[in-house]
Design a protein around this ligand. Structure first.
Ligand SMILES: [Zn+2]
Length: 486
């Protein structure tokens, strides 16, 4: 039990085959070295939607979004006294506060002073859910977290610096130089200096956030190039230090990603932007107030757009957001209109599936091609090869997943519900962006997880935190995933 060390590494938006291939062909030598003799798992599934923030939080809590309550990169909290929109990646205030900064302040911290509220994702987490750091803490084990968006309970936390945060936020929108790597460099700098100063903690989490942007912009080629040319050399600096301290052989590793990305094989994606999306509502567009990606009290529908677009429907009778909408009066008429517009669209079917919340059954249902309402468990039971673990990911463990109507982009025919055209996309229920790498390496872990991995048809990212807990001899009762050890 003494001197057990585990390092978790997560790449943002990474396809398993690409990473495995690079490592096995020794094109990422630092990673080839640490994964020698390791297990490269297949069929590892993320949560729904395959968005960064909910998935990252699922990795460290072992819960589905329905339980940890970080539902989507952008989601609407209708349960609060003052309903609010959360936009962790789109809104400058929310995006800054994830890392504990405020976007504007007084002199001398004109840009991005510290936010006195802490860290946004830590605050938004369902407080009944425990993070892996909190679980390890109870046993006196310490954790260090590098660049991740979530850090609740970690003993050492190194968010990106103010300068790096600003650069990262502005990179795509303003600077447009396409130059990435500065965040990765900072991660390796922080990790090495932490190890030099404070030693290696029992558990470390190293998050590489820039891979996702590469895949969005350049597709798999960009991802491959970045893993090979930037991540591996920077990571090498960490392993070199660990080796010099005679620690590398004693460390076990888990390597994973939050989601993958779908690349449109037909050429460019055909995007359904806000204007096109509004048109799908037909006559409702004039009759009711539809608001996209912002909160307005008087709105009847609030939409958070994305590859999975979530539609929140106001209760038509009470006109209160906190009241659940009625299936017959509020949800079904809109679902029907969307179904007909999609079916009759002249340039192809934008939407793959329309999923509705059924308040009577307390579960999500598919509004299918016959306009029948089929519970997700039944609808998806034979479709695991297209939508892996779909019913479990949609329904959680009986909690409300958020979103009264969910539209899934029709990847198959090249459609995505987004505002801006990019090469890669994610956020769906589809297998194209829902499976991730998962590597276990090091003698302290591989033998123990082998039997579970051999038996399971699918592994889940929610199994990672409970596995880490039991690796250290702890249990994680608030997690929904299962430990792969024992
Ligand atoms: Zn991501």
């Amino acid at each position: 039990m003494d001197n057990k060390y585990l390092i978790l590494i997560t790449f943002d938006g990474c396809k398993a085959e690409i990473l495995y291939d690079l490592i096995q062909k020794k094109e990422m030598p630092a990673f080839t070295e640490i994964t020698d003799g390791g297990i490269f798992a297949e069929n590892v599934v993320t949560i729904f939607p395959s968005d960064t923030m909910p998935a990252q939080v699922s990795i460290v809590t072992g819960c589905y979004p329905a339980k940890h309550k970080i539902y989507k990169n952008m989601w609407f909290d209708r349960t609060l006294q003052n309903p609010t929109l959360r936009a962790y990646t789109d809104d400058v205030w929310d995006a800054s506060r994830v890392y504990g900064y405020d976007p504007y302040g007084k002199f001398p911290n004109l840009i991005m002073p510290k936010w006195d509220g802490g860290f946004l994702l830590n605050n938004d987490l369902n407080q009944e859910v425990k993070s892996i750091y909190e679980v390890l803490n109870q046993k006196g084990l310490k954790s260090a977290v590098f660049a991740h968006q979530f850090s609740k309970g970690a003993d050492f936390y190194y968010p990106p610096s103010r300068k790096t945060s600003i650069k990262f936020v502005l990179q795509d929108k303003v600077l447009k130089t396409g130059k990435y790597g500065f965040l990765t460099e900072e991660v390796s700098k922080n990790a090495t200096s932490h190890i030099k100063t404070n030693g290696l903690q029992s558990f470390s989490f190293i998050y590489f956030g820039e891979t996702d942007a590469q895949c969005h912009k350049h597709g798999y080629i960009g991802l491959k190039r970045f893993l090979k040319n930037k991540i591996d050399p920077e990571f090498k600096k960490i392993t070199k230090l660990l080796k010099s301290k005679k620690l590398l052989d004693k460390i076990d590793f888990i390597i994973t990603a939050d989601h993958s990305q779908a690349i449109n094989k037909l050429g460019n994606w055909k995007i359904i932007n806000k204007t096109k999306l509004k048109k799908l509502f037909g006559e409702f567009e004039d009759k009711i107030k539809i608001t996209i990606n912002k909160f307005e009290e008087e709105a009847d529908l609030i939409i958070t757009m994305g590859v999975s677009t979530f539609i929140y429907v106001k209760n038509g009778k009470t006109k209160q957001w906190k009241d659940e909408p009625d299936l017959e009066c509020d949800i079904l008429p809109i679902a029907k209109q969307l179904f007909l517009s999609n079916k009759n669209s002249s340039d192809g079917k934008y939407i793959d599936l329309i999923i509705i919340w059924n308040p009577l059954l307390k579960t999500h249902c598919v509004y299918d091609e016959n306009q029948d309402i089929i519970p997700v468990e039944e609808y998806f039971k034979d479709k695991c090869n297209i939508y892996p673990l779909a019913s479990e990911r949609l329904a959680g463990k009986g909690d409300f997943v958020n979103g009264d109507i969910i539209l899934l982009s029709n990847y198959q025919d090249g459609f995505v519900l987004v505002e801006k055209l990019e090469k890669g996309e994610h956020g769906n229920l589809s297998i194209l962006d829902s499976t991730v790498p998962l590597i276990f390496s090091g003698n302290g872990i591989t033998n123990f997880v082998k039997p579970s991995i051999g038996k399971a048809k699918y592994l889940r990212i929610i199994d990672i935190a409970p596995t880490i807990a039991s690796y250290f001899g702890c249990s994680m009762p608030t997690a929904e995933g299962k430990s792969l050890i024992g």
